[in-house]
Design a protein around this ligand. Structure first.
Ligand code: SF4
Length: 180
């Protein structure tokens, strides 16, 4: 079997899904020995996936214009897109902000919190602008595989990657399929 290239991005999430990825521990080495090659990920701190990457894993919901650009780039460059974790699959906790006007949220977060002194809402163009609504990944791009859970277990991630490496379409069921 040839190499299978994997890239991942971290959008509006807590990084717990990437922590679960790393929790595969020695099984990650096993997958690498079987041909898994990790290119652009928050783990390698490389931002742009290679053209023709086999698997693009997305953690987190799509909350800003930067996230929107990132997931679209993943779709363009990756053959299989995996929505990893409840935030990516359903929008999850980050969608709670959809019920509160954006300006009110930013003011609360940056100015009126009890621990803030002389706060201001950041305006740097380097920072992504919040979209009117935080979205699940499949509201922006086509998703091929859904791995729910908060976070999905390392066992579920291992199973998905191993199945794809061995040329099968993973079917999550039983203990590997969690919604929470
Ligand atoms: S699904 Fe859970 S663990 Fe993953 S990014 Fe969202 S909140 Fe964090």
């Amino acid at each position: 079997m040839g190499k299978i290239k994997v890239a991942s991005v971290w959008c509006e999430g807590c990084s717990g899904c990437h922590m679960s990825f790393l929790d595969m521990d020695e099984r990650l080495v096993e997958l690498i020995n079987k041909g898994l090659e990790i290119n652009a990920t928050p783990i390698t701190d490389l931002k742009i996936p290679d053209e023709g990457t086999d698997i693009g894993i997305i953690e987190g919901a799509v909350a800003t214009d930067h996230h929107e650009e990132e997931v679209k780039m993943m779709r363009e460059r990756c053959k299989i897109i995996v929505a990893l974790g409840d935030c990516a699959v359903f929008g999850g906790i980050p969608t709670m902000r959809n019920y509160i006007p954006r300006e009110e949220l930013l003011e609360r977060g940056y100015i009126t919190t009890e621990s803030t002194v002389d706060g201001k809402i950041p305006t740097s163009p380097e920072i992504g602008k919040h979209l009117p609504k935080t979205k699940a990944v499949n509201e922006v791009i086509k998703v091929d595989l859904y791995v729910p859970g908060c976070p999905p277990s390392a066992d579920a991630i291992y199973y998905v990657l191993k199945e794809v490496l061995e040329g099968r379409i993973p079917k999550l069921e039983g203990e590997l399929l969690k919604y929470e």
